[in-house]
Design a protein around this ligand. Structure first.
Ligand code: PLP
Length: 405
C-alpha cells in the first residue's frame, strides 16, 4: 500500500535535520502557526534574557549600561549578526528604526549617491505599500521622477536617466521571489543603484548582498528573524558607498564624535552613519537574543526545507481541496518562490477566520488572498498536511467556488 500524505509528512519530519529547532520556540502543539512571515514566533529563551535586561541592566546598572552592558554599540553589533544571514561581510549593516524609515534613508541616500543628470527612481509596482509611499516622498524631496513598474520590466526600463530602483525581494502578497542577481546586474550595468527590501526573504532564503553587488538594502526583523513585535529594522550600505553615503536623517548617533555635542555635523565612518537617534534598546536586545536560534544554522538548509515545505503544502492542497475552490498565486518554479503560499479564494475572509478558529493560523490579504507563511525553523511537514486538511474541511462547509467571485 502506498504511503498516505500524513504518513509521508511524519517521515519527512523524522528525517528533517532542522526539526529539533522547533523546541527553541514557545509554541504549543495545538496550533499550526503559518504567520511567521508577519510576526515570527517567540524564541523560548528570550523572556529570561529580557527579565535580566530590565531588572539588572536597566534596574540596577541604569545609565552605566550604555557602556557596561553594550547598549551604545548594539546597532552595529546586531547588524553584524544579521550580516551572515543576508550574505554581507561585517561592517555594512546597522540596526534601528522601522523599515519605513530605513526605506527613506536608503532611497534618499541612493538619489544623493547618483549623478545629477539621473532624474528617475524606479519603484516596484507590486511593493508593500509603505515602500511606495516613502519612495514617492523621497523622489519628490530629491527632485526625481518616480516610475512605477513590474520588477521583471526593470532590466529593459533602466537607462542613463535612472538613478536607482527600489524592489521587494519577495512579493508580500503572492510570495513571488524576484531575480535579485539579474535585476541588480542590469541596474549596475546601466550605472544605476539597486536598493532591495528584504522583509520577506531575510531568514527564509540566501540573499547574497555582497556576492550580487547590491548597493543598499533594508529589511525588518520581526518576520523570519523572530525579533518580536516592532523590533527594529536594518540598513545595509555596501562598503564601497559608505564614504559618500549622505543620510537624510543625520542624527547625533551617526556623528563621528557624538558626545562632543558640537553644533556642526560630521558623519561617522562606516555602517553607523545610518544611525539616527537613541536606539530602542529593549526591542533591540530582544532581537539580539532572538538571533541566538540561528547559531549553527545554515541558510541553505533553511531554503531547502522551505521549498520542500511549500511544495508539500501545495501537493496536499491539490490532493485534499476540490478543484476550483482555490487558485495558487505562488509561482511553481523554485527560482521564483519565497517561503509562503498565497491562495486566491472567493470566500477568503470567512475561510481564514474559520481556519484560525481551528488553530491553523495564516492571514488574509484583502480581498481574496489566503496567505500561509512557512518558517522552516519551526514549521514541519505534519503542520503543512494538517493545514491543507483543515482548509479542505472548512471549504466543504463554506459554499461557493472561484467563479462566484
Ligand atoms: C513588513 C514590510 C514592511 C514593514 O514596514 P514597517 O516600517 O516595519 O511597518 C515594509 N516593507 C515590506 C516589503 C514589508 O514586507
Amino acid at each position: 500500500m502506498s504511503e498516505t500524505l500524513r504518513e509521508r509528512a511524519l517521515r519527512l519530519d523524522a528525517e528533517d535535520p532542522l526539526a529539533k529547532l522547533r523546541e527553541k520556540f514557545a509554541l504549543d502543539d495545538e496550533t499550526v502557526y503559518l504567520d511567521g512571515n508577519s510576526l515570527g514566533a517567540l524564541p523560548a529563551h528570550v523572556p529570561a534574557r529580557m527579565a535580566d535586561v530590565i531588572t539588572r541592566e536597566w534596574g540596577q546598572l541604569r545609565i552605566r549600561s550604555w557602556d557596561e552592558s553594550g547598549w551604545w554599540t548594539a546597532p552595529e553589533r546586531i547588524g553584524d549578526r544579521i550580516a551572515p544571514l543576508v550574505g554581507a561581510a561585517a561592517g555594512q549593516i546597522v540596526v534601528g528604526d522601522s523599515t519605513s524609515v530605513n526605506v527613506f534613508k536608503a532611497v534618499v541616500g541612493a538619489a544623493r549617491l547618483s549623478a545629477d543628470d539621473r532624474d528617475e527612481i524606479l519603484v516596484d509596482a507590486t511593493t508593500f505599500p509603505t515602500d511606495g509611499y516613502i519612495a514617492e516622498s523621497a523622489a519628490r524631496l530629491t527632485g526625481h521622477r518616480m516610475v512605477v513598474l513590474d520588477p521583471a520590466d526593470i532590466p529593459d526600463a533602466v537607462g542613463p536617466r535612472t538613478a536607482a530602483a527600489l524592489v521587494n525581494h519577495v512579493d508580500y502578497r503572492t510570495g513571488r521571489l524576484q531575480d535579485l542577481p539579474g535585476i541588480t546586474a542590469a541596474l549596475r550595468a546601466a550605472g544605476a543603484l539597486a536598493v532591495w527590501d528584504l522583509c520577506h526573504s531575510a531568514g527564509a532564503l540566501p540573499v547574497g548582498l555582497d556576492e550580487h553587488g547590491v548597493d543598499l538594502a533594508v529589511g525588518c526583523t520581526y518576520k523570519y528573524l523572530n525579533g518580536g513585535p516592532g523590533s527594529p529594522a536594518y540598513l545595509y550600505v555596501a562598503e564601497r558607498h559608505q564614504a559618500a553615503f549622505d543620510s537624510p536623517l543625520p542624527g547625533w548617533n551617526s556623528h563621528a564624535d557624538p558626545f562632543a555635542m558640537t553644533p556642526g555635523y560630521r558623519a561617522a565612518d562606516g555602517a553607523l552613519r545610518g544611525r539616527v537617534g537613541t536606539p530602542d534598546i529593549l526591542s533591540m536586545l530582544a532581537l539580539e537574543s532572538a538571533l541566538d536560534v540561528w547559531d549553527g544554522v545554515d541558510i541553505e538548509d533553511v531554503r531547502a526545507k522551505s521549498l520542500a515545505l511549500t511544495d508539500f503544502f501545495l501537493e496536499c492542497v491539490r490532493e485534499h481541496v476540490p478543484a476550483g475552490r482555490v487558485e495558487s498565486l505562488t509561482p511553481g518554479a523554485h527560482a521564483e518562490r519565497g517561503s509562503q503560499v498565497a491562495l486566491r479564494c472567493a470566500e477568503a475572509p470567512a475561510v481564514m477566520a474559520e481556519l484560525i478558529a481551528r488553530g491553523v493560523v495564516g492571514d488574509l490579504r484583502r480581498p481574496d488572498v489566503l496567505r500561509f507563511g512557512f518558517t522552516p525553523l519551526y514549521v514541519g511537514f505534519a503542520d503543512a498536511e494538517r493545514a491543507a486538511r483543515a482548509l479542505a474541511d472548512v471549504l466543504a462547509e463554506v459554499p461557493g467556488d472561484l467563479l462566484s467571485s
